[in-house]
Design a protein around this ligand. Structure first.
Ligand code: GDP
Length: 140
């Protein structure tokens, strides 16, 4: 196992439900530690850039609109196998397919309002962390 960092975003649906404590508690119980955090309201342009990889997908416009519809909490999580572990804790993209006990199964409504984002690979994690944070903003 190696120590990794990954980007996590608590999305506008979960922010509106006031469940950030529940979500962060699930990370901390699984030894994923928050080493950077910022609450922000993404502009449409920031959301477009962040999800650029999906620009050709039919859901891109809805995704950008949703992610810029309200505040989000952007975090860097650190721990052993943080990238895969975070994906496990999140559950499948579609909450209806997510395993019981995962964030998306327990706390999300639908594939487009699915509570959390998490980087899916090492290169993506590096890119996504650098999108939001300067190296000196990470502690620990
Ligand atoms: P993730 O890594 O599990 O978040 O999933 P992806 O990177 O594949 O997709 C990014 C986000 O786009 C997902 O979290 C969903 O909110 C949204 N999304 C993905 N696939 C679909 C889809 O088929 N329909 C809709 N409406 N949204 C989708």
């Amino acid at each position: 196992m190696s120590t990794e960092r990954t980007l996590s975003i608590i999305k506008p649906d979960a922010m509106a439900k006031h469940i950030i404590g529940d979500i962060i508690n699930r990370f901390e119980k699984n030894n994923l530690h928050v080493v950077a955090a910022r609450m922000m309201h993404l502009s449409q342009s920031e959301a477009e850039q962040f999800y650029l990889v999906h620009h050709a997908r039919p859901f891109y416009a809805d995704l950008v609109s949703f992610m810029s519809s309200g505040p989000v909490l952007v975090m860097v999580l650190e721990g052993d196998d943080a990238i895969a572990k975070n994906r496990q804790i999140m559950g499948a993209t579609n909450p209806k397919e997510a395993l019981p006990g995962t964030i998306r199964a327990d706390l999300a409504e639908s594939i487009d309002h699915n509570a959390v984002h998490g980087s899916d690979a090492a290169e993506t994690a590096r890119h996504e962390i650098a999108f939001f944070f300067k190296p000196e903003e990470l502690v620990g």
